[in-house]
Design a protein around this ligand. Structure first.
Ligand code: 5GP
Length: 228
């Protein structure tokens, strides 16, 4: 039997970072290469972009539908980002965590801070680009936004990056495998935290160990004296 019993509940991991830093790529790669990890699919009122898949990248709804869902208390958190709604549906999250599955929320900072209020022991990780030039070219090469939208996103990114210290961990997202390894390291240490311990089974063993030591013939009665 193990000396301790730990909570087997999954971890809730919130990943934020500026548009274009590669959050989705990093989290998708992590989930592909690790068991027991799941990415929550958000709902949004933004239009679909090339590469988007309904129900996979997002659930796409109209602004009216989104506002109806807000009233129905459907979201764990939601935010208005560059004039569009984005929200995390409540359903499934607890169920997954209970089953020991790690749940990733890839969301912007306003939403992340709401999650922090609701679930302070969630893990908050911020991804930063190696520098602003890289961010600009990643955004540009994505080719999914007009110049005007790109400028808005760049401004939002600036504002977000200034608040990095509100997170528990910061990872510079440069090379994919390295970044995934860092996320893995954070999660490994998270699972080793003492506040996951539910029970320690040491107390009843003390007398037993004492007797075992007394009876152990191989143990010397006296410590050998060392000659100077
Ligand atoms: P994009 O339009 O590029 O897909 O997403 C814009 C921003 O919204 C990104 O920073 C993305 O992480 C964030 N986002 C995606 N889903 C959610 C969500 O459910 N809630 C919040 N607060 N932000 C989200």
């Amino acid at each position: 039997m193990s000396i301790i019993k730990k909570k087997e509940r999954g971890s809730l991991i919130v990943i934020s970072g500026p548009s274009g830093v590669g959050k989705d790529t990093v989290v998708n790669e992590y989930v592909k290469t690790h068991d027991n990890a799941w990415i929550s699919v958000s709902t949004t009122s933004r239009p679909m972009r090339p590469g988007d898949v309904e129900g996979e990248t997002y659930n796409f709804v109209t602004t009216e539908e989104f506002e109806r869902l807000i009233k129905e208390d459907y979201f764990l958190e939601y935010a208005d980002y560059v004039d569009k709604y984005y929200g995390t549906p409540k359903k499934f999250i607890n169920e997954k965590l209970e089953k020991g599955i790690d749940v990733f929320l890839v969301i912007e900072i306003q939403g992340a801070m709401k999650v922090k209020e609701l679930i302070p022991d969630a893990l908050f990780i911020f991804l930063l680009p190696p520098n602003l030039k890289t961010l600009k070219s990643r955004l540009k090469n994505r080719g999914t936004e007009t110049k005007e939208k790109m400028i808005e996103r760049f401004k939002a990114a600036y504002h977000e990056m200034n608040q990095v210290t509100k997170y528990n961990y910061v990872v510079i997202s440069e090379e994919l495998t390295e970044t995934v390894k860092k996320i893995e390291a954070i999660l490994i240490s998270e699972k080793l935290r003492c506040d996951r311990i539910e029970e320690v089974y040491l107390n009843n063993e003390e007398e037993y160990m004492h007797e075992m030591l007394l009876e152990d013939k191989e143990m010397p009665n006296k410590i050998l004296e060392v000659e100077e």
